[in-house]
Design a protein around this ligand. Structure first.
Ligand SMILES: [Mg+2]
Length: 235
C-alpha cells in the first residue's frame, strides 16, 4: 500500500501492554501497601480499580479533569468505594507514585509489536507515537521495553497541553511531524480517542480491536484488526 507515508501510533495498549503491566504493578502495591485493609481481596480491588480507571481516563481525554486530578483519583476513588473509612489523600498519592514507578519499568508488549514495527520500518514508513500520557513516563516505558528506536517523533498530551481526541492535539501532531493528514494513518485501540479523534482532522483510522472482538464501529473506519500481526498484510 503506497497511500500512507506516516503512521501515527498509540502507545498504551496498542504496542505496550499497559493493562498487563499495570496488573503486575497493582499486585505488588496491593501487597506492599496492605490495600486489603481498604479493599478486602485483590480481585475485588482490581475490579473497582479498572472501572474507576476507565472513567477517569475518559474524563481526562475530554478535559474534565487535569492530569494531577487523575493522579489524585487513581487510587482514592476505588479505595473509597470499597472502604467505610476513606484513605488519606497523602497515602493515595504515595501509592500512586509507587504504582507509576513500578509500571514504567515493566517490559510487557502486545504480542507481535516488535515484529510489526520492524516490518513497517523496512517498508519505509515514518512512525510517530501519539499518546495521552506524561512524556517522561512514556519515554521510560518505551526505553524499558525497547520500542524507543522505532519512532521519528513522540507526541504526548503532556507536550500539547490537550489530550486526544481534541482537534488541537492532531493539529499539533501534524505540525510537529510534518505529516500530511491525507497520507497519514492513525493506529490505536481506543475507538473514540484514537480513531474518531484522528478522523476529525481527515486522518484515516485503523482500530486495533483489542478489547471487544464483536465491537462494530458506529461510523466507518478505514481498517479494523483484531491482532497486530494482521497489520503487515494491510500496509
Ligand atoms: Mg491506547
Amino acid at each position: 500500500m503506497k497511500k500512507y507515508t506516516d503512521l501515527f501510533l498509540d502507545l498504551d495498549d496498542t504496542l505496550y501492554d499497559t493493562y498487563g503491566n499495570a496488573m503486575i504493578a497493582l499486585k505488588e502495591i496491593f501487597e506492599s501497601f496492605h490495600l486489603e485493609v481498604y479493599a478486602g481481596d485483590f480481585d475485588t480491588f482490581v475490579q473497582h480499580y479498572w472501572r474507576s480507571n476507565t472513567k477517569i481516563w475518559n474524563q481526562y481525554a475530554h478535559g474534565k479533569i487535569t492530569r494531577d486530578q487523575l493522579d489524585q483519583q487513581r487510587f482514592m476513588n476505588p479505595l473509597s468505594e470499597l472502604s467505610d473509612v476513606p484513605p488519606q489523600e497523602a497515602f493515595c498519592m504515595e501509592v500512586n507514585e509507587a504504582f507509576l514507578n513500578l509500571c514504567v519499568v515493566q517490559k510487557g508488549l502486545i504480542e507481535g509489536a516488535v515484529h510489526l514495527l520492524e516490518n513497517l520500518r523496512e517498508k519505509g514508513y515514518r512512525m510517530h507515537i501519539c499518546s495521552n500520557g506524561v512524556r517522561k513516563n512514556q519515554i521510560i516505558k518505551m526505553t524499558s521495553s525497547g520500542l524507543i528506536g522505532y519512532f521519528d517523533t513522540i507526541i504526548t498530551s503532556d507536550d500539547v497541553g490537550i489530550a486526544k481526541p481534541a482537534i488541537a492535539f492532531w493539529q499539533y501532531a501534524l505540525q510537529q511531524t510534518g505529516a500530511n493528514s491525507k497520507n497519514t494513518l492513525m493506529i490505536g485501540d481506543n475507538y473514540e480517542t484514537d480513531i474518531l479523534g484522528a478522523q476529525s482532522v481527515g486522518i484515516d483510522g485503523m482500530l486495533f480491536n483489542r478489547w471487544q472482538k464483536d465491537f462494530i464501529p458506529p461510523k466507518p473506519v478505514a481498517f479494523v484488526v483484531n491482532e497486530l500481526k494482521e497489520i503487515e498484510h494491510i500496509l
